[in-house]
Structure formats: structure tokens, C-alpha cells
Unconditional design. Structure first.
Length: 665
């Protein structure tokens, strides 16, 4: 996949990235990605060259060759509360280097676009600190007829002019930016920083501890310097000053200590609040500084789905047609023929009988369908007609003693992942995205992937093929275990603490996960299955040599109907050529389980890790879990390494696998 850095054709400069990184937990429309040329922010989907190239009669028309086929997922998102005009998922096009130029893609228009962000750079040699457009002007003065291709990565034109073509140092990009809960992002006002003052009183700070003068600059033409001390490694060692001879503050050095106490207000007028459907909410929000690589800068909202060979649902636009036909007195047979027999006659009859529920399907309900399709499928061996789903169920004997109900080896699966939007500062779940937040909830605004927002016809997606191992635990054994474990005071104390930490957590998505009033049994079941998933992933790395970065989990857990996990890997990653699914035999899985559980009893951070009382990790959302024993790379975890506690599995008094620990059958 290639990124076009500039929008003007004459100045095209391309950067290579993996295609799947254009839609991932860390990349997508609105995200900042690190490249050899610097940090770039990916443009909206509708601004990509690929999107503009595919037009017909002045309108965007992306033909079927770019479409991803997953009718079940398309039906889930194309409804009145979601994307009612949605027609197709469009995959990010693959691309390779041309045969003549390694730095130019073979298909110029099959690219995405991005631009520098942040746009402030400094020179480590002369210490000058400027906006990228000012650096470009310096480069043009130093090198007439220069092209922007030569300016990537950006170089210091001042040093080039003084010392010649052999000395043109590359510029360094500043690390700090500002974000707001509305999803907006902006530069820190560096041209005003050298006049910054710390607030004397909290009431003078407007919710920030650093004050900036937004009315006037230090002088008409600030000539800033960005200097780094060799004595201090923190923000106190970085200073900004103006060296303009006509500046009244010339030479005054203001270090970046206190930078994260800066707040910049953004006001909304009554008309803007009305347009945003937020009447009565706070009329202002605050931008705050963050490091550009911080997780809080970008939270993508991704909807993923396992391809299942089922009857395709009726599109929203066709439902409207059916309703209009009904109003005109047409029967099901007439409508069936009018729609060119695209849907089964029975489906049309259901809609006419008002049995069709064309609304958003919540995440747990959507995954329950996948769970039941695998668990309740009567076939021992299953292969769909297009070979997108192939699995085999294993007959279990010994694993049932440890609470396993089913073990399924998926030799081939297709995963479709769609980006519907993103947020900043706080994450939202899929269910949050498709629901309205009331006035008591945090001011957090969702951003869409294109300017057409919920009216878009296309959404960017990726299609991944791979293999996996599906494990389902016994619901009866889990319920029996919870009843017995709740009699243990230590167990109850751990759950109570996590319960409290979740309820007090600032992120709405955390509270929503187990209900705004946390459902205790759901929480316990989730901790059990999620921790087991992590221990098995880590053990696959230790025992079989699979890097945990190449594995993923898909959790199936609710209050009483699902208690399973799919461990899978996608094509191109280690273990995607039959190695992972080969572990889906009872003998190998039992060996894997025993090794994982016994390894979990020995953590380098014990006894501190095991006996923690206040919780660990972000918001104290983990108990006995750290990188030495349970945590895995965040790209492999669905929950950003939260909701984990290995004691629930291995404790000799209340652990789910205590019989295994005590060497009992």
C-alpha cells in the first residue's frame, strides 16, 4: 500500500505501509502514523486519490472489483440508525512498486493520501523552529526551482544556504499536539509559547495551569529557537525563545515544564450546538496537549465480522421499496418479481407482515449468532461452497474434566473489518457509536471516515483470511464455579475492587461493557475467559514459537449464553500456514493448557503482582496481571490489556483450574 504525501500531482511523494495498517487499532482515517519522512495524518476516506479516481458521470462509483462480500455485516450497518445509504464495503487497494521506480507505486491512483502532522519542525543544527510552510519557503530561497519531492523528508534551507549542498540537515518534527473530546486536533500555539506564564491561582487558569496570551505575539515576525539541554532529560530541558532583534522578549527562554497543564478553549455558539444536537450541553470544550504517539490521540471504531454462509439480508433501500409497494396494494409475488428475484419470497413476506426488524444489532447479539453457528452446528466437518469457512470439531474426553465443552479447529476463516469512525481522548464501543448519548454522559464526539458521515455509500474495509482455534467452556461448570468461588472472601474482595474501579472509570465504554450498573456474573465470566485467552496466546509463543504479535483473540462472553474465545491468525503472519490449527487436537490443547496454567503460577513480579489489592493497569482494571505473566501485545488483545486476573484460574482455593494445579483429575 502506498501513501501519497502531497495532493498536487506534480509533487507526489509516496511512502510504503502494509495495507492492513490502513485500517487497524492504530491506523485509519484521521490517525497519525510514523514514516521515514515524518509523522503523517491520514486524510478522510473521501479525499483519497483512490476514491476520487473511481468516478462515473461526476459521481463516485466504485465498481464491484473493489467490493468486499459480507452480506451479514452489510445488513447490520445499513439501517436507519447507521448508514442507511450504504451500498458496499470497499477494500483498501493493494499496490506494489513500479518496475522502473521503487519509490513510485505501480498504480498511481490506487493510493491513500496524508499530510504532515504536526507541522512544526526544528533544526538540530541551527535550532530554528518553524511551521512547515515557512521551512518550505526557506528551502525555495536556498534552492530555486526546488520540488517538494526533494523536500521529503523536510530539510533546513538556512543551513543549506550557509554551508552548501553537502550540508542540509533533516528537520525534526515536534512531538506534541493538542486534542479535544470533540474529535478535533490541532497544533500547540508555539508562536506564543515564549510568553507563557504559569497560573498563580487555580481560578485564574481556566482549568489549566499554564496561561498564554492569545491576543498578541511577542513581535511581528517571531524568529523562534527550539533548544534541548544536555543536563535535563524531561520537559524542563526543552526551551523555546525568540531571537528577533526587534522583539521585546528577545532571548527569553521558556521551557516546556508545565506544558501538559495548558488548556485552550473552543467555544460553540447556540447555532453550532443546535446543529450538533447538543442543546443544553457545555458551550465550551478544552484542547489539551498530548504526545503525538499517545493512544489517546486516536481510537478507531472498528466493526469486525466472521464470514458466515447465511441467507443475505434485505437491504435498507429495498425495504423502503417493499413498503411503498405494500402501500400500493402489491402482493409478495409481485414484489419478488419487481426486485428481480434478488431475495427469497419468504423474506419479502416477513417484511410485509412487519416481522422484519431493520435496526442495529448490538455487538453481543451479533457475536452470539457466530457463537451458535459454530457451537450448535451439527456437522463435525464443515465447508461452505466458497471455502471461506472450513472447520472441524474435535471429540473431547479429558478436556471436559477442565471445563471445556467444545474445541474446533478452523482451517480457514474470513474476517471482515470495517472502520466506521473514530474518537479522540476517550474510546467508544461499536454500540456507543450507533446510539445516542444522553446529557449526563461525557462530551465525546464521534468522527466519521468521510464527509458524508452516516449518508455515505461506501465504507473502507479490509478482508483477512486465516486460521484459528475456537474454545467453548461449559456454562454449567462456570456457574457452579462462580457459586463456590463467591464463598471465598479473597475472591469476593478482588471482584468488588474491580467492580468499584469500573464504576468509577472515566471512560463510558468501560462502564457500558458490563452495563452501566455492572453485572457481576458477566464480569466474572469475562475475566475468566479473557485471562485464559491471554495465557494460551503467551503459551503458544513459548511452546510453539508463534510470536504473540501475530495472534488475535475474538471473545464470546455474555451473562449466560456465551463463554468462548477464538484464537486466530491472518494470512501473512507466522503460524498462518496450518501451524495454529494443528494445535486444535485434544492431546495438543491439553498439553498447551497444562503448560499455560502452570507457567501462570510463576510471575517475576510476584508476590506484588498476585497480591495486588488496588488493581493494576489503566484505571486499575486488572488484578493479578502484568507483562511478566499475562499481558500480551495490545494489537493481539481486544480489550487493550484490561479485565484480566490470573488468580481466577490458578488460585488453589478458588481457581477455575485448581484441580489441574493440585494435580487432580
Amino acid at each position: 500500500m502506498a501513501i501519497r504525501r502531497n495532493k498536487k500531482a506534480a509533487d507526489n511523494k509516496f511512502v510504503k505501509i502494509q495495507t492492513r495498517k490502513a485500517i487497524s487499532s492504530y491506523g485509519g482515517s484521521g490517525s497519525i502514523i510514523e514514516t521515514p519522512f515524518g509523522a503523517l495524518m491520514i486524510d478522510r476516506f473521501d479525499e483519497w486519490p483512490f476514491f476520487h479516481f473511481n468516478k462515473q458521470d461526476g459521481k463516485t462509483f466504485i465498481d464491484n472489483s473493489y467490493h468486499i462480500n459480507d452480506e451479514r455485516l452489510l445488513q447490520r450497518l445499513s439501517h436507519k440508525d447507521g448508514f442507511e445509504k450504504l451500498e458496499a464495503f470497499v477494500y483498501v487497494p493493494d499496490n506494489v512498486s513500479s518496475s522502473s521506480r521503487a519509490d513510485i507505486p505501480e498504480h498511481i491512483n490506487d493510493t491513500i493520501s496524508a499530510s504532515f502532522f504536526p507541522k512544526w519542525f526544528y533544526c538540530n543544527s541551527c535550532k530554528r523552529f518553524k511551521h512547515i510552510k515557512d521551512w518550505w519557503r526557506e528551502w525555495e530561497l536556498a534552492k530555486p526551482n526546488a520540488t517538494k519531492k526533494e523536500f521529503a523528508p523536510p530539510k533546513c534551507g538556512v543551513c543549506y544556504a550557509k554551508r552548501g549542498s553537502k550540508f542540509a540537515p533533516e528537520l525534526e518534527q515536534v512531538r506534541f499536539i493538542m486534542s479535544a473530546p470533540t474529535g478535533d486536533i490541532k497544533e500547540i500555539p508555539w508562536e506564543r509559547w515564549n510568553k507563557a506564564q504559569k497560573a498563580v491561582k487555580d481560578e485564574d487558569s481556566e482549568s489549566g495551569s499554564v496561561l498564554l496570551d492569545y491576543d498578541t505575539l511577542c513581535c511581528e515576525n517571531p524568529d523562534l529557537r527550539y533548544t534541548k539541554s544536555t543536563k535535563f532529560s524531561d520537559l524542563a530541558g526543552i526551551s523555546v525563545k525568540c531571537m528577533n532583534d526587534g522583539c521585546s522578549h528577545k532571548g527569553r527562554m521558556m521551557n516546556l515544564s508545565g506544558l501538559f497543564g495548558l488548556r485552550e478553549r473552543k467555544y460553540f455558539s447556540e447555532a453550532e450546538l443546535l446543529e450538533r444536537h447538543e442543546e443544553g450541553k457545555e458551550s465550551k470544550v478544552f484542547f489539551k496537549p498530548v504526545i503525538r504517539s499517545s493512544n489517546s490521540v486516536y481510537y478507531p471504531i472498528l466493526v469486525s465480522s466472521i464470514f458466515l454462509p447465511i441467507d443475505k439480508g434485505v437491504r435498507n433501500k429495498h425495504i423502503e421499496k417493499i413498503q411503498r409497494f405494500k402501500e400500493k396494494g402489491k402482493d409478495a409475488q409481485f414484489i419478488y418479481e419487481a426486485l428481480e428475484e434478488e431475495y427469497a419470497l419468504e423474506q419479502i413476506k416477513k417484511i410485509l407482515e412487519n416481522d422484519n426488524n431493520n435496526s442495529y444489532i448490538p455487538e453481543l447479539e451479533y457475536r452470539l449468532y457466530e457463537y451458535n453457528f459454530l457451537v450448535k452446528n451439527p456437522n463435525i466437518d464443515f465447508t461452505d461452497e466458497d471455502d471461506n469457512l472450513i472447520f472441524r470439531k474435535e471429540k473431547l474426553e479429558n478436556l471436559t474434566n477442565y471445563g471445556f465443552e467444545q474445541l474446533i479447529g478452523l482451517r480457514r476463516i474470513k474476517m471482515t473489518t470495517v472502520q466506521v469512525g473514530y474518537t479522540r481522548q476517550e474510546p467508544l464501543t461499536n454500540d456507543d457509536f450507533f446510539s445516542e448519548m444522553d446529557e449526563t454522559q461525557v462530551l465525546i464526539e464521534k468522527k466519521f471516515t468521510s464527509k458524508w458521515e452516516h449518508k455515505t455509500k461506501y465504507l473502507p474495509a479490509i478482508e483477512s483470511f486465516g486460521e484459528g482455534v475456537f474454545i467453548a467452556l461449559s456454562n454449567d461448570k462456570i456457574e457452579t464455579w462462580i457459586t463456590q468461588a463467591e464463598k471465598n472472601d479473597v475472591f469476593k474482595k478482588k471482584i468488588n475492587k474491580l467492580y468499584t474501579n469500573i464504576e468509577s472509570h472515566a471512560y463510558r465504554s468501560v462502564k457500558e461493557k458490563f452495563g452501566m450498573t455492572v453485572n457481576r456474573e458477566h464480569l466474572i465470566r469475562f475475566l475468566l475467559v479473557h485471562t485464559l485467552s491471554h495465557l494460551l496466546i503467551k503459551e503458544l509463543e513459548f511452546l510453539c514459537g508463534y510470536p504473540s504479535t501475530s495472534l488475535n483473540e475474538r471473545l464470546f462472553v455474555d451473562k449466560n449464553q456465551m463463554q468462548g474465545v477464538l484464537l486466530y491468525t491472518i494470512a501473512g503472519a507466522e503460524g498462518s500456514y496450518g501451524g495454529l490449527v494443528s494445535q486444535a487436537t485434544e492431546e495438543r490443547t491439553l498439553r498447551l493448557l497444562k503448560s499455560a496454567i502452570h507457567r501462570a503460577t510463576d510471575c517475576a513480579s510476584d508476590p506484588i503482582c498476585y497480591n495486588t489489592e488496588d488493581g493494576q493497569g489503566i484505571g486499575g482494571l486488572n488484578m493479578a496481571a502484568c507483562y511478566s505473566c499475562t499481558l500480551i501485545p495490545e494489537n493481539a488483545c481486544e480489550e487493550f490489556n484490561s479485565f484480566l486476573d490470573r488468580s481466577l484460574l490458578i488460585d488453589e482455593e478458588y481457581g477455575f483450574f485448581k484441580n489441574l494445579i493440585n494435580n487432580k483429575s
